[in-house]
Ligand binder design. Structure first.
Ligand code: B12
Ligand code: SF4
Length: 450
């Protein structure tokens, strides 16, 4: 039986280390035709250990999962390409096996990454295509016609959302699980793939597809129980927007109750108008943290960003979350098309009306291909079609500078601890490890709520 080694290249620890969920799905689709092992660099003692692990595994194929490209922060920028190049160098030193790239970050820049890392193949989009690619390689056939497959000769890519089975292979005894259980106790799961909304700057509908594909609620609940039984203290639901389908997410919540899930969980939500008692049901099912992708409290900006809600809906959704006894965080993306001094004031004053919450302000919006913001930036001459956006480029509103945005947010925040600029990386870096060491779990931003 041929051996596949799946390596998770992500070593970012901010705001906390993230369990490599995607590789559980890749391992799930390969089983039982290949002997598959996951190697998570977060759980390795040092980068040098990678070469030893590869030599011992003697894989026939190596899959390298690329989740993050950069920290998407305009203020303290950090890109990971150099780290990945180092990992590739180590892989090549230890093995002659073909290296196949994949992952959410990879999917956004498949040709650029393949070239930058001199990898053999890539799969843009869902890794469930890997068995097809490996079968073609086993037969020494050209795999270029498989949707999503990238080779050094690929110039145009055909990426079609996966319609077949999606099976997660979660092994509670896998060596990397211990790392996440020790630091924060957080594991994760997915209840569906795809986002039907079309926010102007967002890559998620491209990465996961625009059509929602739902996992069976009972299956998700038994997966959640398996994470709990393995020792998880908290579950992050990684869906692009958990409530994009109120019907399915309510089914999942009921299934969690039926399965007797007793650990808390959280996820991303869109602040759209929920059905009556929706958040109460979710609270009964263990939901504790709601992370809203709000982006602005100015209706003009919400429209420009193509958000599927208005500022009134944000206020109502927020109220319902608080009524249900849940913690709320709102993410804001400032400096998009049309942002000016007045729209910024509306957002800052609007945020003041969101009682008992944490705010994460991102100033400047990363421009990604396959988004309408990309087209806007192109039309405005902020980027050229030939630009390689693997190196981050941020959209700049012509009407307000980054500096003004940041200083206005800082002045308005006036030292309030629940107003964080960026992902709160520096604060999180200082506080979170200590709290995790003391046995706290979950995202922990609720401690900043006044
Ligand atoms: C949930 C999420 C979070 C949560 C994670 C919580 C948790 N405990 O899991 C939180 C909020 C913490 C978070 C934080 C960050 N995130 Co985030 N996050 C996501 C999100 C929405 C889902 C990721 C996920 O789990 N998907 C579900 C799994 C099943 O899918 P998957 O990993 O993509 O795997 C599939 C395929 O990619 C593929 N695949 C994966 N690996 C491999 C390997 C091979 C060989 C193959 C063939 C295929 C393959 O097959 C899998 C199955 O189909 C994505 C956007 C998205 N929709 O993808 C952004 C995303 C991954 N995040 C991103 C970023 C930037 C970050 C942060 C750096 C932001 C910040 N500054 O704080 C941090 C980094 C955190 C860290 N330590 O790594 C970017 C990464 C791209 C980039 N610009 O760098 C994304 C893509 C969003 C975006 N802006 O486009 N994130
Ligand atoms: S920002 Fe959220 S709701 Fe909008 S397209 Fe992206 S994932 Fe969907």
């Amino acid at each position: 039986m041929k051996k596949v080694l799946l390596i998770s290249a992500n070593r970012m620890k901010k705001p906390y280390a993230v369990y490599p969920l995607g590789l559980d799905y890749v391992a799930g689709c390969l089983h039982p035709d290949y002997e598959t092992r996951i190697l998570d660099l977060n759980a390795l003692s040092s980068p040098d250990a990678l070469e030893d692990e590869i030599r011992q595994s003697r894989p026939d194929y190596i899959g390298l999962s690329i989740r993050n490209i950069d920290n998407t922060d305009t203020i303290n920028r950090h890109g990971f390409l150099a780290d990945y190049a180092d990992i590739m160098k180590r892989i090549r030193q230890a093995s002659a096996a073909p290296v196949i790239l994949g992952g959410s970050g990879y999917t956004v820049f498949p040709l650029e990454f393949l070239q930058a890392l001199s990898a053999d193949y890539g799969i843009a989009g869902e890794g469930e295509r890997l068995p097809e690619l490996l079968a073609a390689l086993d037969r020494h056939e050209d795999p270029s016609d498989i949707p999503g497959v990238v080779t050094p000769g690929t110039s145009e890519l055909r990426c079609i959302p996966w319609k077949g089975r999606m099976i997660r292979r979660f092994d509670p005894d896998a060596p990397h699980i211990g790392h996440y259980l020790t630091y924060g106790g957080m594991l994760n799961l997915q209840t569906k793939r795809g986002c039907p909304f079309r926010c102007s700057y967002c890559t998620y509908p491209y990465i996961e597809g625009a059509a929602m594909r739902f996992f069976d609620a009972a299956e998700i609940a038994s997966q959640a129980r398996a994470l709990q039984d393995a020792g998880a203290k908290y579950i992050f639901v990684t869906d692009s927007a958990f409530n994009a389908s109120y019907d399915h997410s309510a089914k999942v919540a009921r299934a969690f109750i039926e399965a007797g899930l007793s650990i808390p969980w959280g996820g991303f939500f869109a602040p759209t108008e929920p059905p009556a008692d929706y958040y109460r049901l979710l609270a009964d099912a263990g939901l504790t943290h709601v992370e809203f992708g709000t982006e602005s409290m100015c209706d003009k900006m919400l429209k420009n960003l193509r958000k599927p809600f208005t500022s009134d809906e944000v206020l109502r959704a927020h109220g319902k979350v608080l009524d249900a006894g849940l913690f709320a965080a709102h993410y804001f993306l400032l400096g998009g098309p049309g942002e000016n001094s007045e729209t910024l004031s509306e957002t800052l004053l609007g945020a003041d009306r969101l009682d008992k919450a944490v705010f994460f302000f991102f100033c400047g919006i990363r421009i990604y291909p396959h988004t309408s913001l990309y087209e806007t930036a192109l039309a405005e001459g902020q980027i050229a079609a030939s630009d390689n956006l693997l190196e981050p480029v941020f959209y700049r509103s012509p009407f307000i500078s980054d500096h003004e945005i940041v200083s206005r947010v800082e002045a308005h925040a006036d030292g309030r601890l629940n107003w964080l600029i960026g992902a709160g990386e520096s604060k999180a870096t200082r506080i979170l490890p200590r709290l995790y060491e003391r046995g706290h779990s979950g995202p922990l931003w609720e401690h900043l709520i006044p």
